[in-house]
Ligand binder design. Structure first.
Ligand code: PHB
Length: 401
């Protein structure tokens, strides 16, 4: 039978239009379906402070993260990124609601946050309950990489204990005998002071008084009067962000700068030097980052950051940058498939991050094992003086993974 005889005349007229309809339909599906055109974006949720005493820290973390993504062609693990943002206000009371909202309403694949240890502890609980991947770019709460550690929770910054312990060691080596500690009364301050006290007293010093005020209060005057009366060899203080700016200035204005040496974790002088000016000059602090670290990654990072954003990068920008690098290591291993969780986690656990701070790996509890530097403030820079503690791991007490 000849092919032209297979169709009756009406059917023959219908055939081309049906074909067209089908072709148009297929073309429409292809054009409108991202699943065919390109994979959906990875949803990244920033839960960070954008107001309050830690506002600048949240912005620096966001900037650092986005810089790493841009340097990677706008993608992580080959997939584009869609950002969701919530201002956590450094308020632990609002943290469970904020974390639940960004996980359940926005359905993020990864949660990035936060700065404040109390908020981060609440986030870690919500992340555990929902099995959401959480990368902490700053908050140092020891419990998160201690008893609350979990396969889906990682940290790219530090534990509060780490810089505190390193400074206690330095102060003891400098043969200081008596210390007063001063901080906000919440996990970060308490644990930072705890680390300092542990090393300082092991090295022969004595903490003679521990002073606290509620977060985020900045009425320091009566405490400064007490410090002047106690006359210790050294004061170890944990404050950060806007609070650190005011504290360092108030300390100098009270006339203490030249009589009682003030030291602290590097948060006391990181991202704050423009505002602290003369009051911070000469101060010694300990941190896993220093502005002038002379490695190729840090030089490139600092140049790219100041070209893209206003101001110089600080330790918070580094934490955000490395959070994106760590996520990229995981996503690359699973070719962007976030559902392959155990492979993704295994790749993150095994990652060696080429950080501006120097390369680092993670401990079993998912906390950086890293050098802690001794730095001195010179002008607008936290200049490296030496290494206060090499390859320092958090004790991660109580973590079972
Ligand atoms: C914290 O709450 O864990 C914290 C906040 C600010 C810092 C460091 C640690 O600079």
């Amino acid at each position: 039978m000849n092919a032209s005889h297979r169709f009756s005349p009406p059917a023959r007229r219908l055939a081309p239009s049906l074909l067209h309809v089908c072709l148009f339909a297929i073309a429409g599906i292809v054009a409108s379906s991202p699943a065919v055109a390109q994979p959906a974006k990875v949803k990244v949720g920033f839960m960070l402070p954008y107001t309050g005493t830690y506002a600048a820290l949240g912005t620096a973390i966001t900037n650092g993260f986005k810089l790493a993504v841009e340097e990677n062609g706008g993608k992580l693990g080959g997939r584009e990124i869609e950002y969701f943002t919530v201002d956590d206000e450094s308020d632990p009371a609002k943290a469970p609601d904020n974390a639940n909202k960004i996980i359940k309403r926005d359905k993020v694949d990864v949660l990035i946050g936060t700065v404040h240890s109390g908020v981060a502890l609440a986030m870690a609980k919500v992340a555990r309950d929902n099995n959401t991947l959480l990368i902490i770019p700053n908050a140092g709460a020891g419990d998160i990489t201690g008893p609350l550690c979990a396969p889906n929770i990682f940290r790219t910054s530090f534990s509060n204990w780490q810089p505190g312990y390193a400074m206690g060691k330095v102060a003891a080596e400098q043969t200081k005998k008596t210390a007063v500690t001063f901080t906000w009364k919440y996990a970060a301050g308490e644990e930072s002071v705890g680390g300092f006290k542990e090393a300082f007293e092991a090295g022969g010093g004595k903490v003679v008084k521990e002073l606290f005020l509620p977060f985020p209060q900045v009425e320091f005057q009566s405490y400064l009067t007490e410090i002047a009366a106690l006359k210790p060899d050294v004061v170890y203080a944990f404050f950060a962000g806007g609070g650190a700016v005011k504290f360092v200035k108030d300390y100098a204005a009270a006339g203490l700068k030249n009589s009682v040496q003030l030291v602290g974790p590097g948060f006391l002088t990181d991202g704050t030097l423009d505002a602290q000016g003369d009051a911070a000059q000469g101060m010694l602090t300990t941190l896993h980052y220093a502005d002038g670290l002379n490695n190729p990654k840090n030089r490139a990072f600092r140049a790219a950051y100041s070209k893209t954003f206003t101001g110089e990068p600080d330790v918070y920008a580094v934490g955000g940058y490395d959070a994106a690098q760590l996520l990229n290591a995981g996503l690359t291993a699973v070719k962007g498939d976030v559902t392959k969780r155990s492979e993704l986690v295994a790749a993150m656990e095994a990652a060696k991050i080429d950080s501006p701070r120097g390369a680092f790996t993670l401990s079993k509890s998912h906390n950086p094992v890293q050098d802690v530097y001794l730095r001195r403030v010179e002008g607008r820079e936290n200049k490296i003086v030496g290494v206060a503690a090499r390859a320092l791991a958090d004790p991660s007490r109580g973590c079972k993974l």
